[in-house]
Design a protein around this ligand. Structure first.
Ligand code: NAD
Length: 574
């Protein structure tokens, strides 16, 4: 059994309802039920699947306050924040997928060369993977899983969802909302921690979508690699915000404080490093410190969700202090078991954990930089690459700098909120993983392409089927020239093909080949002198035939001549 579920709210200390860990044998059954349900589900037209799934929107929005209350109890985040980040955008996610999935999942025609492949048409269909194992963290326990559950379902998959062991009740509430919307078993629930997550990865599933820490993501990836099961990983971050000298400092300070403190900094896309041009460093820092000091503990800023997380934050801050960083606000544990005060630090030495590892807490380290270039170089010197932001009035410059940042999402004059936009891809580079949530790109993991080709060619044989002959070889050479040669080579190839193709298609070259091979077959009855004559005649005939095949060679020679002429012409033109 995994570590026990938390029994008390980090926010109020109240007892939370008991939850049971899913036994290993039950995990197998949940997956088996999902697989069974998925077969019929995948057969339904996309529009019908969407109609079913769309019904969950009113359930979620109708129970928005209930969701916010429970999430707030389990994680400690302010209820208003839970309403804004977990409940309200979830309605948009349902709308986006159920209104666009039909078009996104439409089959694609494949362009086929009529000369090379006569009579053929082909389509790519997006097929559901099958059963998707969804393993999730605790920081956004409703909004995050929903961003995969909805597209996975409309694409025809079943989902078996394992919430974090820190937020099992929010996970259970989310699954319960689909009760009257989906066929039995299509959305399964597994409760537990690391061991149950591992068991789910080892069960009869077709894809793992994992969101969590780098360390766990690597373990999941290793299991998947061993089993050759694909996985999508959305991991941690160490997001940089770059503040240029011309930025609107008021907005920038407010935006960065929100981007760093939302959910007590327990956000994969939290601002965890700020690089500000030295000419405005003091003015910007003063505004940030003022905004942070204005935050009301328990109202604007909740406690941390787990004690372990608070310990990481405390460790990063004290190490930074030892290495010379200055505390400008906070820097101490807050009141209660889990709280940590909103913190601002001025940093010079970047070799510290606070600047290198994910802190996942309410800390803003500020570093003064010489220039925008300097800021970009420092921002990119991280193993993480989730999101990043540039703050400037010159949006062109901001965008140009943004394109040079090593991050999956770049925002100019804002930070971290785009995960709530279902049409915008959410993804990372490096240790932030390679998964994509939101947008049509999310379907690349949730589906696989299947190509179907229909052949209406009535010819007895394709050009390239047996037998292989010199004519076929000459055709292949002509095709190569047609595709890659200069204009004269192309013309030569067309002329050759005019002779070669009819010959090949009418079986003329096959006759030649048959004649050529006859002697070997006829060689056996050597005793019969009359019979021996025949092969000779056949050999003679066979020797003749290749002459007929010389044509292509001549054509080839002509075609080879042409490029030289073209080259000469080109040289003249020069
Ligand atoms: P975690 O890695 O401890 O746990 C995440 C999930 O994985 C949990 O459900 C856990 O039970 C399970 N798990 C742990 N070890 C496992 C294993 N060996 N095999 C299978 N499952 C296993 O992460 P966490 O503390 O819950 O979440 C915080 C992390 O998630 C942070 O690093 C944060 O940046 C990241 N995160 C990333 C994104 C993103 O979109 N990139 C979003 C949210 C959170």
């Amino acid at each position: 059994m995994s570590a026990p579920f938390p029994t008390k709210s980090p926010k109020t200390g109240e007892e939370l309802p008991a939850v049971s860990v899913t036994a290993a044998s039950e995990i197998t059954q949940v997956v088996a039920r999902a697989r069974e349900a998925q077969k019929a589900w995948a057969e339904l037209p996309v529009a019908v699947r969407c109609r079913h799934v769309a019904k969950v929107k009113s359930v979620i929005l109708g129970r928005a306050e209930e969701i916010a209350k429970l999430v707030s109890q389990e994680t400690g985040k302010p209820e208003v924040e839970a309403l804004l980040s977990e409940a309200v955008p979830s309605g948009d996610v349902v709308d986006y997928w159920t209104q666009n999935a039909e078009e996104m999942l439409e089959s694609l025609d494949v362009e086929i060369d009529r000369l090379a492949y006569p009579g053929k048409s082909g389509w790519i269909h997006r097929e559901a993977r099958g059963v998707v194992a969804l393993i999730q963290p605790w920081n956004f326990p409703v909004a995050l899983p929903l961003r995969t559950i909805i597209p996975a379902l409309v694409a025809g998959n079943a989902v078996v969802f394992k919430p974090s062991e820190v937020t099992p009740r929010s996970g259970e509430l989310l699954v319960s909302m689909f009760k009257d919307v989906l066929p039995e078993g299509l959305l399964g629930l597994v409760q537990g921690g690391r061991e149950e997550g591992r068991a789910l990865c080892e069960a009869d599933i077709d894809l793992v979508v994992f969101t969590g820490s780098v360390a766990s993501g690597k373990k999941v990836a290793a299991i998947c690699a061993e089993r050759l099961v694909p996985c999508a990983l959305e991991l941690g971050g160490k997001d940089a915000a770059i503040v240029l000298a011309d930025a609107n400092l008021e907005r920038t300070a407010n935006g960065i404080v929100w981007g760093a403190m939302v959910n007590a900094g327990q956000n994969c896309a939290s601002v965890e490093r700020v690089y500000v041009e030295k000419s405005v460093e003091q003015a910007f820092t003063d505004k940030v410190v003022a905004a942070v000091k204005a935050l009301r503990a328990g109202i604007d800023l909740g406690p941390m969700t787990t004690q372990a997380q608070r310990e990481i934050v405390a460790r990063h801050v004290s190490e930074a202090k030892e290495k010379g960083a200055l505390v400008l606000a906070g820097g101490v544990v807050g009141a209660g078991d889990f709280a940590y005060a909103a913190t601002v630090m001025s940093v010079k030495d970047e070799s510290i954990s606070l600047m290198k590892e994910e802190t996942f807490g309410p800390v803003i380290p500020i570093v003064g930089v010489d220039s925008a270039e300097d800021a970009v170089a420092r921002a990119n010197a991280s193993k993480y690459g989730l999101t990043a932001s540039v703050w400037t009035k010159n949006v062109r410059k901001g965008e140009a700098l943004g394109r040079r940042l090593r991050a999956g999402v770049v925002t100019i004059n804002n930070h971290a909120f785009t995960g709530a936009m279902p049409g915008a891809p959410w993804t990372g580079v490096g240790d932030s993983g390679w998964g994509v949530t939101n947008s049509p790109f999310a379907l690349d993991a949730l589906t696989r392409p299947r190509f179907v080709l229909v052949d209406k060619n009535r010819a007895k044989k394709e050009l390239y089927w047996y037998p292989y002959t010199d004519t076929l070889r000459a055709i292949a050479v002509a095709f190569a020239k047609l595709r890659g040669g200069g204009p004269f080579a192309k013309l030569g190839a067309i002329l050759s093909l005019l002779t070669l193709l009819p010959k090949r298609l009418m079986g003329g070259d096959a006759k030649g080949l048959a004649a050529a091979s006859e002697p070997k077959v006829e060689e056996k009855p050597k005793a019969d002198a009359k019979a021996e004559e025949k092969p000779k005649a056949a050999e003679a005939a066979a020797e003749e035939k290749p002459k007929a095949e010389e044509k292509p060679k001549a054509a080839e020679a002509a075609a080879e001549e042409k490029p030289k002429a073209t080259e000469a012409a080109a040289e003249k033109a020069d």
